[in-house]
Design a protein around this ligand. Structure first.
Ligand code: DGL
Length: 273
């Protein structure tokens, strides 16, 4: 049972546990590494269950609990849900279960986009699960009253990115079908509301006029993590140990895409189911 998992006394040199449905959270992991190079990092790719975006909130909560339990078992001092879909479905429950643990999530950057748009039309690319969530509806209620927000679910896109197809013809065609309707409506600010999507920014830039701004939240999440760790006197003071990776699918597949999406090659260990 999850509630039986002891949380080790949180210590500064303990690692930060980060997870996503797959490789998307590596875009956030990169921002954390850049801002907090002294922190040791653990990363779980739940690629055996990707995409989360088409799964039920109950299923995502169950997976998130299982992975949180695993990361805490590895001694994590904080959790980062490097996934908009898992944050929408599971962060409230995780925070309820581990009230003393820093838990950082992410959500589409509606507030900065509403402030930035000149045309008054903001587009949101995200998963079906994120766009259907109560958390997203609340976000719109709070920050999007003065702008028009057009949401665009992107089924199939996460699978392309998982396969390392960041600029194939198939990915281009799929993405083009998602952004064209937004452009036709006059969108000048596009929110990347899924952590997989920053990896296709170069392709997106080719499909969009230069006047369209792209907004994602990886760097803001890293800053929020830094703030929370500082407040709780949990920022590491020593040097980082090598980042460790686990996958719930084929470990070799993640090992193959790590140099493309993360940088240094690393061994990936099996998460089990
Ligand atoms: N990367 C995830 C997100 O930020 C979810 C992708 C998926 O598995 O559908 O929403």
């Amino acid at each position: 049972m999850l509630s039986d998992v002891p949380i080790a006394k949180l210590s500064r040199e303990a690692p930060i546990g980060v997870f996503d449905s797959g490789v998307g959270g590596l875009s956030v992991l990169g921002e954390i590494r850049a801002l907090l190079p002294q922190e040791s990092l653990l990363y779980v790719a739940d690629s055996g269950h990707v995409p989360y975006g088409e799964k039920s909130p109950e299923f995502i909560r169950e997976r998130s609990q299982r992975i949180a339990e695993f990361l805490l078992g590895q001694g994590a001092k904080a959790l980062v849900l490097a996934c908009n879909t898992a944050t929408a479905a599971a962060i409230a429950e995780l925070r309820g279960r581990y009230p003393q643990l820093p838990i950082i999530g992410m959500e589409p950057a509606v507030k900065p986009a509403a402030a930035a748009t000149q045309s008054g039309v903001v587009g949101v690319l995200a998963t079906t699960g994120t766009l259907k969530s109560a958390k997203f509806a609340a976000l719109l209620d709070r920050f999007a009253n003065d702008v028009r927000v057009i949401t665009q679910p992107c089924p199939g896109l996460v699978e392309q990115i998982e396969a390392g197809e960041l600029d194939s013809e198939a990915t281009r065609a799929l993405l083009s079908g998602f952004v064209q309707p937004l452009l036709a409506e006059g969108c000048d600010t596009l929110i990347l509301g899924c952590t997989h999507y920053p990896f296709i920014k170069p392709l997106l830039r080719q499909l969009l006029p230069a006047s369209v701004s792209l907004i994602d939240t990886g760097a803001a999440v890293a800053r929020q993590l830094q703030r929370v760790l500082a407040e709780q006197q949990l920022l590491a003071l020593g040097s980082a140990r090598p980042t460790q990776f686990w996958s719930s699918a084929n470990c070799q597949q993640l090992e193959q895409v790590l140099p493309l999406l993360w940088g240094p090659a690393a061994t990936v260990k099996p998460l089990g189911d």
